[in-house]
Design a binder for this molecule. Structure first.
Ligand code: BES
Ligand code: ZN
Ligand code: MN
Length: 514
């Protein structure tokens, strides 16, 4: 699909369909009035009869009148003006592109939602992302290809005035990059575990490294043994598939010592190990590498966007399998930093692989850490499937992340890391245990990981509830969401622009969260 920006009269565009955004309240914009005119007053009539209100998610595809160049007009509801946000631009573009595909319309012109005026670059980006992500193929294994895929060949965003073209275009370039890399991550998460083993993740990382210009290093089982990654290996030991610890390095600011690290959980299948999961819904555990796929996609996006920042991406990739050589409950293992861990539950494997991933990130010079993982079922109980759990030891750093996430319309919510929670991971025989029972499951998962960040500013994202959606929604379809990918790529850009505080402030935050 080709995405472009042009100026001119939207309804004169020579395309199969023109998409017109409509709010449910307030005075209609010029383009809505023009569309109604072209439709011979049909829109007014539909509104009167309550057939189309302009509510969020409402879509109507209507034949355009004879005097209109386009064949169809796609009306897309945006809801109330006061509820409109930057992120809603992606939804609008996504709904329009998917509606066009269903009707076999291959070229689409998008009118700019008028309330989106303000930051044209951001708007252009979100619309390009929405259109690009809407073209994702969720069922590549079907022998009879999904009819909708590849139908829409060209999407043109029409700028209302020539002056805004340049900024919208700049945004569209960014949005195309981020949308493409989000789709790449979604493709990895969607692939079944027999086609997405640790080896495949390493191959993807290497291929993107070559294509987009970052260095890739892959540790094999023997390397990890030598380096003392006993925590990671205690998970990998149950599988016959070679595990991979993958590092991607982008150096955009060689003069600086500040290094942002993104560390992703890359469990290509989580059976639970000896603490075996029930068979119902176990197939969903092919997606337990979503954090890792997001890191690969975000690193590729960062290398293409080229911020003046140093960024390392790490993917801790292995299967979690039961077998004759698998780790057993009660076994004690040692991470790269020397800390001993009593493995109470082999299904709490994400924190075990991340522990050594974080140690390695620090070895590679990381000063700021973000880990992203489908870590706990408990986060779904706490926040549901719409909101990602955020935990951090550093107010300023986590505020930077919230700033980075703001444009994208994804929901993030913080949970506390009060010191009292450390009780839950205390072991009577080792430095800590990997599971502490049913209470505060998401929090003590993070408390465990915190043991490996030393004094670095750190953010933990638990995406177990948000990495997959069960329903079509705007630019997304049932399947992987690539949640947090765009925010993390943007975080690297903000990291390049803003200086972060010293350790003294960090100590103040510790007191604050305590
Ligand atoms: N990968 C799972 C978490 C998960 C659950 C992701 C549902 C997506 C959907 C993780 O490895 C896991 O099994 N966590 C355990 C931790 C427990 C044993 C402490 C859980 O949440 O039950
Ligand atoms: Zn898992
Ligand atoms: Mn598990």
């Amino acid at each position: 699909m080709k995405f472009q920006v042009a100026s001119g009269k939207t309804l004169s565009a020579r395309v199969d369909a023109v998409a017109v955004p409509i709010f449910s309240d307030g005075a209609d914009s010029a383009i809505v009035r023009q569309a109604d005119l072209a439709l011979g007053g049909l829109l007014k009539d539909m509104r009167k009869r309550g057939e189309f209100k302009g509510d969020v998610d409402e879509v109507a595809v209507l034949p355009a009148g004879k005097r209109t160049a386009a064949k169809r007009i796609i009306l897309v509801g945006l809801g109330k003006r006061s509820d409109f946000s930057t992120g809603a631009n992606a939804k609008f573009a996504g709904l329009a592109v998917r509606a066009a595909a269903r009707r076999n319309l291959s070229s689409v012109a998008l009118a700019l939602p008028e309330s989106a005026r303000g930051d044209d670059r951001e708007t252009g980006e979100l619309i390009a992302e929405g259109a690009t992500m809407a073209a994702f193929d969720p069922a590549p294994y079907k022998t009879k290809r999904e009819k909708l895929i590849g139908v829409v060949k060209s999407v043109t965003l029409i700028a209302p005035d020539a002056a805004s073209v340049a900024e919208l275009k700049k945004g569209a370039v960014r949005g195309t990059i981020l949308g493409e890399m989000a789709n790449a991550a979604r493709e990895m998460v969607n692939a079944p575990s027999n086609d997405m083993r640790p080896t495949h993740l390493a191959e993807r990382a290497k291929a993107f490294g070559t294509k987009h210009g970052f260095k890739v290093t892959v540790l094999e089982r023997a390397d990890m043994k030598r380096m003392g990654m006993g925590s990671f290996l205690s998970v990998a030991v149950g599988s016959d598939e070679p595990p991979k610890m993958i590092a991607m390095e982008y150096r955009g600011d060689p003069a600086s010592k500040r290094v942002l690290a993104l560390i992703g959980k890359g469990i290509t299948f989580d059976t639970g190990g000896i603490s075996l999961k029930p068979s119902a819904n176990m197939e969903a555990m092919k997606g337990d590498m979503a954090g890792g796929a997001t890191v690969i996609g975000a690193m590729s996006a960062i290398a293409r966007l080229k911020p003046k920042a140093n960024v390392i991406g790490i993917v801790c990739a292995t299967e979690n399998m039961p077998s004759g050589h698998a780790t057993k409950p009660g076994d004690i293992v040692r991470a790269m930093n020397g800390k001993s861990i009593e493995v109470i539950n082999t299904d709490a494997e994400g924190r075990l692989v991340l522990a050594d991933g974080l140690c390695w990130a620090r070895k590679l010079g990381a000063t700021h850490l973000v880990d992203i993982a489908t870590l706990t079922g408990a986060v779904v109980v706490a926040l549901g499937n719409t909101t990602t759990g955020v935990m951090s030891n550093d107010r300023e750093f986590v505020d930077l992340f919230h700033d980075a996430a703001r444009p994208y319309g994804e929901r993030y919510w913080e949970l506390p890391l009060f010191p009292e929670y450390a009780e839950l991971i205390k072991s009577s025989i080792a430095d800590m245990k990997n599971s502490g029972g049913r209470e505060a499951g998401t929090i003590y998962g993070a408390m465990f990981i915190k043991e490996f960040v030393e004094d670095a500013p750190w953010i933990h994202l638990d995406i177990a509830g948000t990495s997959w959606t069960d329903r079509d929604d705007g630019h997304l379809v049932k399947g992987p969401t690539a949640v947090a990918l765009r925010p993390l790529a943007h975080l690297a850009e903000l990291f390049a622009q803003r200086s972060l505080h010293s350790k003294a402030d960090n100590a103040a935050h510790e007191r604050f969260v305590a």
